[in-house]
Every structure is written in C-alpha cells, then in structure tokens.
Design a protein around this ligand. Structure first.
Ligand code: AMP
Length: 216
C-alpha cells in the first residue's frame, strides 16, 4: 500500500506516520528528514537546500523530485511507502505521477490532516527534541519533567531551526498556498481521506485506519 500524508507543519504528520509505518509495515519517506540529513552531512545537495530550509521556504522542485526518484529507483518497491512532506506543490504532484508511472507504482490513498492555524502554530513553537535519543516533547502539551532536559537521557533539548515564529509563519503561508491544488488534484482520482487532526492521537489514528479499510 502506498500512502501520502498531507497536513500543515505541526498537524501531527510525524506522529501519525510513526503509527502507520509500524501498523502497515511500510517505509516512511520524508523529504524534510532526507533534506535535514543532507544538510547535516553537508552534501552538495544539502548545501544547496540549506538556505531555503532555514528561511522556511520550499527547496526547488528539481532537488526534491530528484531525491524521490533516486530513492524509489534504488529500494524494494514490493513493501509499500508512506510519503510525508512530498509532493508539496502541484508541479511536484504531476512530476511524482510520472515517476511512479515509470516505476509501475501508484498511490492508494491521500490522508489529509485538517486543523486550524492557531493550534498548529502553538504546537510547532512548543516543539523540542532530544538530539541524542530523538525523543520529542512540547513545552505546552507534553513538557519534559525537568525544564529543557530529556526524560530518557538527560540531554539538553533543542528546537528545530525552522520552528521559530517568523519562519513558521512563512511555512504555514506556503503550505496553504500550495495544498489546495494538490488536494483537488488527488480528489479527481477519489483518493483523498479528510481527517480531523484536532483530536487525541488515538482518535485521530482510529479515523485514519477506518478511512483505509478495504485498501490493500
Ligand atoms: P518538513 O520537515 O516537511 O516541514 O520540511 C522542512 C523543510 O524542508 C521545508 O520547510 C522545506 O524547506 C524543505 N522541504 C521538505 N519537503 C519539501 C518538498 N517536497 N518540496 C520543497 N521543499 C521541501
């Protein structure tokens, strides 16, 4: 099963993705993670992408389509995928269809997480992560026991570079500008599953599972 998950930054895509990949035994493909890794390892591609990422604007279609195409060409296609953060524009969606067609693949469902801007803003600006063990926190909704220290390993928590108020606002504006045509594009094929993302993790995930019933 090949799935897309779409939602504003802070809508819970990461949390829902973790549950989906375990449950359905599919691979998680996140262009945001791939790009952050490329930036951290200072690859030529990472150096190209860094400036746009720090400012919260989109990296060029050429770079992300290239990453996806290369990744899919080199991996086991029998397993199924969850695409997270890609496609982000209509032109990426069109390019993606061509990439999938060439590889004999298709998308089975598009999970669209719906949530108000005020809520995602608070969620994203409160986000903290442990750089050592990866445990995620939120100073508003899921604070660590000791301020700014990881409960698991005691390490100092960090804020993602693009989770500051200014860059987050840009990301949210970019998201709204681009998402509508993408949803309309996939609606034509009847693939979109609208999910209320302003509810508990359990309820939100149960709604997703229900929407996927009957899909192999
Ligand atoms: P994310 O973790 O998905 O919020 O992505 C973080 C940043 O990576 C975004 O703000 C963009 O700069 C870049 N990025 C991730 N996915 C894409 C994409 N599909 N197209 C363009 N830029 C992307």
């Amino acid at each position: 099963m090949n799935l897309l998950i779409i939602g504003a930054p802070g809508s819970g895509k990461g949390t829902m993705s973790d549950l989906l990949i375990k449950d359905y035994d599919i691979d998680h493909i996140s262009t945001g993670d791939m790009l952050r890794n490329a930036v951290a390892s200072k690859t030529p591609l990472g150096l190209q992408a860094k400036e746009s990422m720090d400012a919260g604007i989109l990296v060029s279609d050429e770079i992300v389509n290239g990453i996806i195409s290369e990744h899919l060409s080199n991996c086991d296609k029998s397993k199924g995928f969850l695409f997270d953060g890609y496609p982000r524009t209509l032109s990426q969606a069109e390019a993606f269809k061509e990439i999938l067609n060439k590889l004999g693949m298709k998308i089975d469902a598009v999970i669209n997480l719906e949530i108000a801007d005020e809520i995602v803003t608070k969620r994203a600006l409160g986000r903290r992560t442990c750089p050592k063990c990866g445990t995620a926190y939120n100073i508003y909704f899921l604070p660590p026991k000791v301020e700014n220290k990881c409960d698991v390993c005691g390490n100092e928590l960090v804020t993602r570079k693009d989770d500051n108020a200014e860059s987050f606002k840009v990301r949210l504006t970019e998201f709204h500008k681009n998402v509508k045509p993408i949803i309309e594009y996939y609606e034509k094929d009847g693939l979109v599953k609208n999910i209320n993302a302003d509810q508990t993790i359990e309820k939100q995930y149960a709604d997703i599972k229900k929407s996927l019933e009957g899909i192999q």
